[in-house]
Ligand binder design. Sequence first.
Ligand SMILES: Nc1ncnc2c1ncn2[C@@H]1O[C@H](COP(=O)(O)OP(=O)(O)OP(=O)(O)O)[C@@H](O)[C@H]1O
Ligand SMILES: [Mg+2]
Length: 248
Amino acid sequence: MNKEPIIELNNIKREFIVGEETVHALRGVSFSIYEGEFVTIMGTSGSGKSTLLNLLGCLDTPTSGEYLLDGVKVRDMEKAERAVLRNRKIGFVFQSYNLLPKTTAIENVELPLMYNPGVSAAKRKEKAIQALIKVGLGDRLQHKSNQMSGGQMQRVAIARALVNDPVIILADEATGNLDTRTSFEILVLFQELHKAGRTIIFVTHNPEIAQFCSRNIILRDGHVVEDRINEKVLSAKEALDALPIEKE
Ligand SMILES: Nc1ncnc2c1ncn2[C@@H]1O[C@H](COP(=O)(O)OP(=O)(O)OP(=O)(O)O)[C@@H](O)[C@H]1O
Ligand SMILES: [Mg+2]
């Protein structure tokens, strides 16, 4: 494994002021994530998972503490610089897919490339098609968001996260809205991406998912209370094959 951490957090705190009250969403979080890790972040509702993921994805900035992304201090970056970094290095997958409605799979996946003037329209389309084929949607290229199942929409979202060839993929409850079988199908896809060398950080409520990842971090009340390497990573493909055929 690569020795340089791709993510380094040092005593990260995030407070939100709501009226008279201060919410301590993160109370001093420190850890490093290395290239090629597949990390789950778990914890009860309100423990700070999404807050942490937003910070990791440069969608938000900490109240205090240091975040180094690929060795660069995120705090020192200009806003525009941060946006470019986010666009090029990080792919996001959300529970609610966040696809544009009434828009085709190709168009949704092309979106992150729009901000990259170095990519021509033809190249954009080509890359979007390749990403969609990679997630198994080669036969749904022209389908609009409202013409697809939840699992298919999540695949489009994953293709969109992949299209810029990011170093890190951040997922917040990516399987939260999906039935068991579809969740496993998505998990198989994440394991394949991981095998291909991606660093993945996967927020979930489902403790079962931790068995398929290489490391598990648990938050409670804004603190890391557990950080464990999983020596025996299970195969999502095998788990999927073992599921009863009948759809729920
Ligand atoms: N923008 C905000 N303004 C004020 N408080 C916030 C904001 N975002 C989050 N919080 C608070 O910070 C805490 C952590 O929220 P966060 O969304 O990170 O939890 P979570 O672990 O993702 O929960 P869930 O599992 O329900 O998604 C909560 O108490 C929440 O109310
Ligand atoms: Mg959340």
